[in-house]
Design a binder for this molecule. Structure first.
Ligand code: 4NP
Length: 140
């Protein structure tokens, strides 16, 4: 799960997908990263921690890291939140096989809005990501 800061959206996506996959007893390796490096080593945004907690998911222990080319070797699928993330991740791809792993998280190709500047967006962003993660789980 990749966004810009690995602070607001992708830690939520990691936490939600982890939660759903463990409920299903799946043994998936799930992680998140940012295309930027400003928040490497930092916990998620307190508003993301709060909205996740409200829905019974603890993401307070996550720490920011930056997306790297090695992630193409570690993961089968790479979900990005918006088209800037898509472009930045594809710039690190080495092959068509790498590029084929990358897709927008939302089914309808819409971006997950960045809630960084708007407290009111955290709840709808949670719901958008939750719906996408439920689809990922149900399709395998
Ligand atoms: P995110 O939101 O990409 O959902 O983690 C952002 C968080 C921080 C910054 C940008 C986006 N920032 O510029 O620090």
């Amino acid at each position: 799960m990749v966004c810009l800061g690995n602070l607001c959206r992708s830690p939520l996506a990691e936490g939600i997908l982890r939660h759903l996959s463990s409920q299903k007893g799946l043994n998936w390796q799930i992680d998140s990263a940012g295309t930027g490096n400003w928040h490497v080593g930092h916990p998620p945004d307190r508003r993301s921690i709060a909205v996740a907690k409200k829905h019974g998911i603890d993401i307070s222990g996550l720490r920011g890291r930056q997306f790297s080319t090695a992630d193409f070797d570690q993961f089968d699928r790479i979900f990005v939140m918006d088209l800037d993330n898509y472009r930045d991740v594809l710039q690190k791809a080495r092959s068509e096989a790498d590029r084929l792993k990358v897709q927008l998280l939302l089914n309808d190709q819409q971006p997950v809005p960045d809630p960084w500047y708007d407290d009111a967006l955290f709840e709808p962003v949670f719901k958008l990501i939750q719906g996408a993660c439920e689809r990922i789980i149900s399709r395998g």
